[in-house]
Design a binder for this molecule. Structure first.
Ligand code: NAP
Length: 295
């Protein structure tokens, strides 16, 4: 079985991005800038934000983090976003989610200038994705990273049956729409399953490419899939493991050990989709910089 190594591909991609950033800096004297806003003290979100800032630095991009207290009002957050929308040194704006309950995430997604929305959450970007205009939009980073993995591993996708399990706005829906597009590494017949799908095993068994994003540890087992299936496991679940120092370990939505005996190719967790998500955020920030500067 082929292990689809997101750690390696993301490192290759980051090296490529770094040389592009260096070349653009030599030509224009400018570098791409990503600003991340974090509201509140959620430790997991703080970790993600630190990681994004670190990756920006590795690539030679400018990274700024705006930390706002959890009592921040929606209006204060929207005002900050509007300032960043108008700041020419900022090419990418990312508002770390989840946000405190009193702030409406959709209103926040709408406030980010679509031309700086490197997370691809603005409805304008999602709309362009649905219409297949990738040249006009930012694709949200996790689905975009999966497309990149399928492409770099030359996985045959054209005309194949792709089953996406999960229909969230950030993974399942954009993923399904992306796999439907007439693109290299896509061009599939797509089925989307969710928690109300009846007889879900029927659809999963008929998948040539199975993309799972539900947040349920080991949900997909070997008996559920077809021999030779390509499996992309998006799930990140913490399970208790007294044998580790932290007392837990990360697993995907797919039973890796069992399914890897049946699949032809598969992403591991960790080291599969996760590292690609952050690399694609960098790719989108560079893309924004190129578009804004007409490069
Ligand atoms: N690797 C990465 O970079 C990355 C990025 C984002 C997310 N993730 C991980 O991916 C997983 C999903 O994230 P998300 O944000 O998409 O989650 P989410 O917003 O909670 O959505 C979960 C989706 O799974 C569906 N679902 C839940 N239980 C199901 C079941 N038993 N059978 C079929 N469908 C079921 C839900 O259906 P309903 O719509 O019917 O409720 C929903 O559409 C999480 O583990 C998350 O940590 C990883």
């Amino acid at each position: 079985m082929l292990i689809i190594d997101g750690k390696k591909v993301s490192q290759d991609l980051k090296n490529e991005l770094k040389s592009s950033v260096d070349s653009y800096q030599a030509i224009t004297g400018k570098v791409p800038g990503l600003t991340v806003i974090i509201v509140g003290q959620d430790p997991a979100s703080q970790g993600y934000v630190r990681n994004k800032a670190k990756t920006c630095k590795e690539i030679g991009m400018i990274s700024s983090v705006i930390e706002m207290p959890s009592e921040t009002t929606e209006k204060q957050l929207l005002d900050t976003i509007h300032e960043l929308n108008n700041d020419p040194a900022v090419h990418g704006i990312l508002v770390q989610q989840p946000l405190p309950e009193h702030i409406d995430e959709f209103t926040v997604n709408l406030a980010v200038d679509p031309s700086k929305d490197v997370d691809g959450f603005h409805p304008e970007n999602l709309g362009c994705l649905v219409m297949g205009r990738l040249d006009k939009c930012f694709v949200s980073c996790t689905p975009y990273g999966i497309l990149e993995l399928l492409g770099r591993y030359n996985i045959e996708t054209k005309g194949k049956h792709c089953v996406v399990v999960g229909r969230s706005d950030i993974v399942g829906k954009p993923m399904a729409n992306l796999m439907l597009q007439k693109l290299d590494a896509a061009d599939c017949t797509v089925t989307v399953c969710h928690s109300a799908t009846q007889n879900i095993s029927f659809y999963i068994k008929h998948a040539d490419i199975l993309i799972v994003a539900i947040g349920k540890a080991g949900f997909i087992t070997a008996d559920m899939v077809k021999l030779g299936v390509v499996v992309i496991d998006v799930g990140i679940n913490r399970i208790e493991d007294p044998a580790t120092k932290s007392g837990y370990r990360l697993v995907g939505d797919v039973d890796y050990e069992g399914v890897s005996a049946v699949a032809s190719a598969m992403t591991p967790v960790p080291g599969g989709v996760g590292p690609m998500t952050i690399a694609m955020l960098m790719k989108n920030t560079l893309l924004s910089f190129q578009r804004i500067n007409g490069l």
